[in-house]
Design a binder for this molecule. Structure first.
Ligand code: CAA
Length: 259
């Protein structure tokens, strides 16, 4: 498969997707989001791939939806075409663990794509923001919802109302990123983390995503109930037997994918 706006490679059991529109700070065009969705489909279907890393360049993860492409759009076409849905939602629906490795700008739709990933590793150069208000609109790919749930109303409201960017330190303090790593080793560190995840039981890793994400979609008691039921169901998996036997026998588990 050849792409024009992304670079794709496999590093052992990890699928790596690099956003690649350097002249536009990786602004997210329809073509880019379509190619990103295609690459995710291929990695999801590939049994050799256990986790995915999504990254950009040193200067920009992505500076938002492509404003030049959006400029001429009008309602009701945006409504009828369900603009910012096709392709975009594919990232949030990814079932394999996906890490965003962010250096430089992650703005607007770029921040929103990072927020759709399971967690974000940030270089110290990372800057997050929802500056849509400066161009007369507001977040359209989930930023007003996901950012608010993660950093709280006050910070989210200030960022969306003023367009203020958050640096990596503030993002880590606010729970937006899991940790900060040196820019020079960002992608290697993200791939190493993804490789570690890919060595775990595949169904267990996918279920971890499912139960953690449930925390954002339901009440505490329903979420705990769902987690408990899924935990009980883990005892039906060969990987549960292998993982626990390996611990008791003081050896490394040999997970077989659990199918
Ligand atoms: N769309 C299209 N092109 C973009 C872009 C975007 N979102 N962001 C940057 N570019 C282009 C610039 O137009 C410029 O292209 P030219 O050289 O052809 O003029 C090139 O990338 C480099 O950008 P700058 O010269 O502006 O670089 P800078 O370092 O001076 O500034 C920046 C960097 C602060 C990120 C600035 O580019 C900027 O503010 N970009 C727009 C950020 C933004 O508003 N994002 C939200 C978009 S709306 C959205 O995302 C909706 C949604 O919720 C889905």
């Amino acid at each position: 498969m050849s792409y024009r706006t992304i670079l794709v490679e496999t590093r052992e059991n990890v699928g790596l997707i690099i956003l690649n529109r350097p002249d536009a700070l990786n602004a997210i065009s329809q073509e880019l989001v379509g190619e990103l969705a295609k690459a995710l489909n291929i990695f999801e279907a590939d049994d050799e791939v256990g986790a995915i890393v999504l990254t950009g360049s040193e200067k920009a993860f992505a500076a938002g939806a492509d404003i030049k492409e959006m400029q001429g759009k009008r309602w009701p076409d945006t409504f009828v075409d369900d603009f910012i849905t096709d392709g975009w939602e594919r990232i949030a629906q990814c079932r394999k663990p996906i890490i965003a490795a962010v250096a430089g700008f992650a703005l607007g739709g770029g921040c929103e794509i990072a927020l759709m990933c399971d967690f974000i590793l940030a270089a110290e150069t990372a800057r997050f923001g929802q500056p849509e208000i400066k161009i007369g609109v507001w977040p359209g790919a989930g930023g007003s919802q996901r950012l608010t749930r993660i950093v709280g109303k006050s910070k989210s409201m200030e960022m969306c109302l003023t367009g203020r960017m958050m640096d990596a330190e503030e993002a880590e303090r606010s729970g937006l990123v899991s940790r900060i790593v040196p820019a020079a080793s960002l992608v290697d560190e993200a791939v190493k983390t993804a490789q570690l995840i890919a060595t775990m039981s595949r169904p267990a890793a996918m279920m971890v995503k499912d139960v953690v994400n449930r925390a954002y979609e339901t009440t505490l008691s329903e979420g705990v109930r769902y987690e408990r039921r899924m935990f009980q169901a883990s005892f039906a998996m060969p990987d549960q037997r292998e993982g626990m036997a390996a611990f008791v026998e003081k050896r490394k588990p040999n997970f077989g994918g659990g199918k």
